[in-house]
Design a protein around this ligand. Structure first.
Ligand code: ADP
Ligand code: ZN
Length: 582
């Protein structure tokens, strides 16, 4: 297809060249290259030397002599000249009205020029397939029949996007209540977690067209082209009324500005970004257009993008946990003949797999089954497919590392959760997971703090213990030599809290009620003692944390084992375990 298009361009180019040559011949080939006085021309008539006279568009006549030569002379525009010529048996050609051959050639030339322009414009877009898709065809509503059932797991993201669907269906309802609905939504999370799928599902659920392009299509295009593409995209979407506009890899155009490369070479990106922001502020809420953008990392985006009225809703799309993986596997097995496949078992073996990786695992298995001419897909095929899919993996994801990591992460997160249950019971532990997110390296434990305007000394100490619970559990269970880098984020927070307590809130001994940041130059002399006091505070709280874990080892083990098994524990499951032992 591509090749054909590449070659097809030679047809109009050849036609253009040929028609230009013909035109040149028609216009100049019949023109004489030397001039004769009119009186001499009249003499030629009388002498009967002339065979043919051409009346051109210009002020000259072209005169052909019987001996084969030709010349031009002024056209007197006399009404009797033609009559005289005819009387003398001289042929007259009137080229004032352009000859049919000239007209045909001109039309051919014009057509070929238009085709050349058209084909080369199309070709430019071929390089960026998503854009040409957009130019060539708009997804119609039925073609795009994806809905939320096509996306397994990601329940929280779906719930949040349900609002957007409702808004697309009834924008007027929200307008009546004066509610401002998001114009822009950012889906963020690891690659292959289903962000594109979710955006398509929103369009499918709301039964509106889906327009997509990718930020990477704007890299290395000429200045102004990106901005024009953005405007073009919005124009198309607006012409449809309601629509979902999807921009994949938004970071390619919306990366944080500043730094060394801000000065040069980023004109194009800035123009594209500005065009996007202008277009987004250009449509009203009632129009029913929602822009959904996807990125792997939220923290690299320019804050201009994240302001209210722009992309102000941020939805995390995370890697699937055990239950979600089971759903994704079933979903992709649905249209393939299969038997005796223990889906739960495969889900277990595929920790840290994204939805896209699971899809490719099943697909590889299907290819193997087809090659073997098996009647249906079985577990053997999936096991073979594993090695294919895993071959491209980094070390970390190979299975024996994987089991060790899962165990370590389970205890780390269980440590946080247990400390929170015991030391900050006023906060709710609403979720624990060992599936990594963009926020943390290992898993994470989500605690919702009680609303309170002040934080008291004992609470701050307890908060530090909760943060230290992860590292403490690692040390207690696996030994001092096996502690991991997974606690880095926890330690920054711990250090910040301790430092604020001692240097800002008047809660320490070194400074007493003095506030370090108000001491100006004098603050230097307190630097080291303050650091020393922070270190002592954190160390003594760490010892206390270890003691609490030892005393509650049974609960720690139970939470960690449940995590290892289920990967994610919700609020009910967490409190059920805790209440059994309490
Ligand atoms: P992203 O945009 O986050 O990189 P995609 O939406 O392009 O990921 O996902 C690629 C493919 O992986 C999808 O087309 C689908 O087949 C599969 N996939 C990913 N996540 C899911 C999911 N949650 N449920 C079902 N399939 C999924
Ligand atoms: Zn931690």
């Amino acid at each position: 297809m591509n090749k054909l298009k590449k070659n097809i361009i030679w047809i109009p180019i050849a036609t253009a060249i040929i028609s230009t040559l013909v035109l040149v011949y028609l216009s100049f080939g019949q023109k004489a290259n030397y001039n004769k006085q009119y009186s001499l021309f009249l003499q030629d008539i009388t002498d009967n030397n002339i065979s043919k006279v051409i009346f051109n568009n210009d002020a000259n006549l072209t005169v052909f002599l019987k001996n084969g030569s030709k010349y031009s002379t002024s056209n007197p525009n006399s009404p009797t000249l033609k009559e005289d010529l005819l009387k003398n048996n001289i042929e007259i050609l009137d080229e004032k009205v352009s000859s049919p051959s000239k007209t045909i050639t001109s039309v051919m030339l014009l057509t070929s020029i238009i085709s050349i322009v058209f084909i080369s414009l199309n070709k430019k877009n071929l390089g960026s397939s998503k854009i040409s898709n957009l130019d060539v065809k708009d997804f119609s509503v039925d073609e795009n029949a994806l809905n939320f059932n096509s996306v397994a797991g990601n329940e929280e993201a779906k719930e949040s996007l349900m609002d957007v669907v409702d808004f697309l269906k009834n924008p007027d309802k929200y307008k009546e209540y004066g509610a401002r609905m998001p114009k822009g939504v950012i889906l963020y999370g690891s690659p292959g977690t289903g962000k594109t799928l979710l955006a398509k599902a929103v369009a499918g659920e709301a039964k509106v067209p889906f327009y997509a392009l990718s930020g990477s299509d704007f890299v290395q295009v000429y200045v102004g082209v990106g901005a024009a593409r953005i405007r073009n995209l919005f124009k198309k979407a607006k012409a449809h009324g309601k629509a979902v506009i999807f921009i994949d890899e938004i970071d390619a155009i919306g990366k944080k500005r500043g730094g060394s490369n801000a000065s040069s070479g980023n004109d194009e990106r800035d123009q594209t970004l500005n065009a996007l922001l202008t277009e987004m502020s250009g449509f009203g809420e009632k129009e029913g257009i929602v822009v959904i953008a996807a990125t792997n990392r939220l923290d690299t985006l320019d804050s201009a993008l994240l302001r209210p009225g722009r992309f102000d809703r941020h939805i995390e799309v995370s890697l699937p946990d055990l239950a979600a993986r089971e759903k994704i596997i079933s979903l992709h097995l649905k249209n393939k003949p299969h038997n005796e496949i223990n889906i739960k078992d495969i889900a277990r073996k595929t920790a840290y797999f994204s939805g896209a990786k699971l899809e490719s695992l099943i697909n590889e298995a299907a290819i193997i089954a087809a090659k073997e001419n098996s009647l249906s897909l079985n577990e053997g095929h999936i096991n073979k497919a594993f090695s294919i899919v895993l071959a491209g993996y980094e070390k970390k994801e190979r299975s024996h590392y994987l089991e060790e990591d899962r165990l370590l992460t389970s205890y780390h997160e269980a440590g946080h959760a247990l400390l929170s249950l015991i030391k900050t019971p006023e906060d709710t532990v609403s979720k624990i997971t060992i599936i990594p997110t963009t926020k943390g390296a290992g898993g994470y434990t989500l605690t919702i703090p009680k609303d309170s305007s002040y934080q008291r000394l004992d609470y701050l100490k307890n908060r530090i213990m909760v943060l230290l619970g992860g590292r403490a559990a690692e040390e207690l269970i696996f030994g001092k030599d096996k502690i991991s880098t997974g606690a880095e984020g926890d330690l920054s927070k711990t250090t910040e809290i301790a430092l604020s307590m001692i240097s800002e809130y008047g809660m320490g001994n070194t400074l007493g009620l003095l506030k370090l940041s108000s001491l100006g130059q004098l603050s230097n002399s307190y630097g080291n003692p303050v650091v020393e006091e922070c270190r002592e505070l954190i160390n003594s709280l760490y010892k206390e944390t270890i003691t609490i874990l030892i005393e509650n080892r049974k609960i720690l083990d139970k939470i960690a084992n449940e995590l290892l098994d289920k990967e994610t524990l919700d609020k009910e499951e967490i409190y059920t375990i805790y209440n059994i032992f309490k």
